[in-house]
Design a protein around this ligand. Structure first.
Ligand SMILES: [Zn+2]
Length: 442
């Protein structure tokens, strides 16, 4: 059944999350209780060691001068550009395309000039994914199973695929690689269900909940307590995490031209909506230009992270961070959906007359400021605030002695991530301050 586009959108948007999540739905209902019972068995210090939000960014340095991303509208690399080049190949219009676009048959010289200037969309091929074939102009709900469970009890992970009527690049969206990061699940759902395959050029493949076991337990980790985002591209005969990573990478990720892996802050830290991107890589730097109203934080990425493995495999990839774990945050979700909408427009996959906001800065330098004392953290600044060197960001109060220890900014910058008020120990990374470095003139 074909619904008018606006009706279809309303319908999809009003669908309860449980419909999409299928068998995973009962876990959602339990999220509140899961939130009350964090993984008590894991000492906090262990989680910090594997916290990508802190360590991965801290260890990132630029090689030489920062790569200046090109101006908007001058995309010169990346899959969309390759596709656009194919689209303009003369004489490659198929009869089906001509039928769909009858204006091309009118032998009018001025029209012919226009047609030459505007690449006419090419019909898409069927998408072969996970043993199924998704026809052009259709969408499907598929299942990925990493094959690590008891076969009779195996619970496949839903994969949503939209194959546009026109040829184009393949964009992949992954959420909840850390099972307690919920905003990404909703960002993937809204983005995918907002697409009309009849108007899409290319393909969008979404895995809303990669770490289904972690999601069901409200846990960041896999059942073996490993961080899945340290095991890509994985291996078929390694640990549980290696095998899951390998299966996802081979069966889904290798299909992608572009990947956006969606995360949130960890351990009661929240992030301004931002991209983590290796700005040393010119293709990745160019790719970041497609995301509307999204700050970019340079980060080379760690070994085993999905985005690092994807880039190594020739897939342009970034991490999108939005908000904090264990929560569904409307504002952060809207920012993520808006940015993915702009990305698809930028890549020529959709045409919705997207209205761009002011470009956001690139933070080539960022620094985590840690609490020097244990106690209760009270913040004086808000996420996104611009701060000056020496400014008090918050206090750690000792609940026994009444001592109060200020935490100050080390430099001028912007609060791009921060801990929510909580009990902290000495060494806890409390404020992430981004510094906009000078981009050398061309
Ligand atoms: Zn994460």
């Amino acid at each position: 059944m074909l619904l008018p586009r606006h009706r279809a959108m309303t319908l999809f948007r009003s669908l309860p999350l449980t419909l999409l999540l299928g068998s995973a739905a009962p876990a959602l209902a339990n999220l509140d209780s899961a939130q009350e019972e964090p993984d008590r068995v894991t000492p906090i210090i262990n989680e910090l060691e594997t916290d990508e939000s802190v360590e991965e960014v801290e260890q990132s340095t630029l090689r030489g001068e920062p790569v200046a991303p090109p101006e908007i509208g001058t995309l010169t690399t990346g899959p969309a550009e390759r596709t656009a080049a194919e689209l303009t190949t003369p004489g490659s219009q198929s009869p089906a395309d001509l039928a769909a676009n009858p204006v091309a048959q009118i032998p009018d010289e001025s029209l012919a000039i226009v047609m030459e200037a505007l690449p006419s969309p090419q019909p898409a091929a069927p998408l072969s994914l996970l043993g199924s074939e998704v026809l052009p102009g259709s969408s499907a709900r598929l299942a990925w199973s990493p094959g690590i469970q008891i076969p009779g009890l195996s619970q496949p992970t839903p994969v949503l695929a939209v194959n546009g009527i026109h040829a184009g690049p393949t964009l992949c969206l992954t959420g909840a690689i850390h099972g307690d990061e919920l905003n990404g699940i909703e960002i993937v759902r809204r983005t995918i269900y907002d697409l009309d395959p009849e108007e899409l050029s290319g393909r969008v493949i979404g895995v809303p909940i990669v770490n289904l076991p972690g999601f069901q337990q409200g846990s960041r980790y896999l059942p073996d307590r490993r961080d899945l985002n340290r095991h890509f591209p994985g291996s078929p005969d390694g640990s549980l995490a290696d095998r899951i990573a390998h299966s996802l990478f081979e069966n889904v990720i290798r299909q992608c031209d572009m990947l956006v892996d969606i995360h949130t802050g960890s351990l009661k830290r929240t992030n301004l909506p931002q991209l983590r991107a290796d700005m040393n890589n010119p293709d990745v730097a160019t790719f970041t230009q497609g995301f509307d109203r999204m700050a970019v934080v340079h980060s080379s990425g760690s070994s085993g992270m999905l985005r690092s493995a994807a880039v190594a495999a020739g897939i342009v990839a970034v991490t999108l961070e939005a908000g904090e774990s264990h929560r569904i945050q409307e504002h952060q979700i809207e920012a993520g959906v808006n940015s993915l909408t702009s990305l698809m427009e930028k890549q020529g996959m959709t045409s919705r007359m997207f209205v761009w906001g002011e470009p956001e800065p690139v933070y080539y330098d960022s620094d985590w400021i840690r609490a020097q004392h244990g106690g209760i953290l009270f913040s004086e600044v808000d996420l996104g605030a611009h701060v000056s060197e020496g400014e008090v960001l918050g206090y750690v109060a000792d609940p026994i002695t009444n001592a109060q220890y200020p935490i100050r900014a080390h430099s001028n910058g912007r609060v791009i991530g921060m801990a929510v008020d909580q009990v902290v120990m000495a060494g806890f990374a409390a404020y992430h301050i981004g510094t906009e470095a000078e981009i050398p003139a061309e």
